[in-house]
Design a protein around this ligand. Structure first.
Ligand code: SF4
Length: 182
């Protein structure tokens, strides 16, 4: 089954690394996508599973501009974290995490390699090593990555998760992940 042209290896990646148009106003660092990270994935023949942007899906595109607020980005991020904890947003976020985990489970069920999940450090939603909470950058996961990791574990899946900070870091970490995966 599935012995056609596909590589049978996929990586789940935070939405905004492939689409900077989704990110909070004032925080995009390039016009479209992290070019070198995408190139590394294509060179490594890894299928790119773009995760949903939880903030866009739960709070909308216009969810504040840290530049206009004249406050540190971590303070704005903590405001976003609180908004994501509201019942309706939280429900949507959990559903998004469930859908993403189910995709990973389908691939794994058919013997595909699910190479990893790539998040965005400092994000209140997609942080992996660090997130924003209590008006500061703190160790720990963002709300979406926390929910995704929980759902993956419930489905019996162990998938490495890593957080990146900007285009160069993303390219370097993704290349290393693909090299280690062989
Ligand atoms: S870090 Fe996550 S929530 Fe923030 S813009 Fe990227 S995908 Fe959306």
């Amino acid at each position: 089954m599935f012995t056609d042209g596909r590589s049978r290896r996929v990586l789940l990646i935070a939405h905004c690394l492939l689409n900077q148009n989704a990110i909070s106003d004032g925080t995009a660092v390039c016009p479209a996508a992290f070019r070198e990270a995408v190139r590394a994935l294509l060179d490594g023949e890894a299928g790119i599973v773009q995760l949903p942007c939880p903030e866009l899906c739960c709070l909308g595109l216009d969810r504040g501009d840290p530049r206009g607020a004249e406050r540190p980005v971590t303070v704005e991020n903590t405001r976003i974290r609180r908004a994501l904890c509201e019942p309706s947003a939280g429900k949507r976020l959990t559903a998004l995490a469930d859908q993403a985990a189910r995709q990973a489970a389908e691939y794994r069920k058919h013997g595909f390699a699910v190479l990893g999940v790539v998040g965005v450090d400092r994000s209140p939603s997609c942080g992996v090593e660090t997130t924003s909470d209590r008006d500061a950058e703190v160790p720990g996961r963002g709300l979406f990555m926390e929910a995704l990791s929980r759902r993956l574990a419930e489905l019996g899946l162990e998938v490495p998760m890593l957080g990146v900070r900007g285009p160069e870091d993303a390219a370097a970490k993704i290349k290393a992940l693909l090299q280690n995966a062989g």
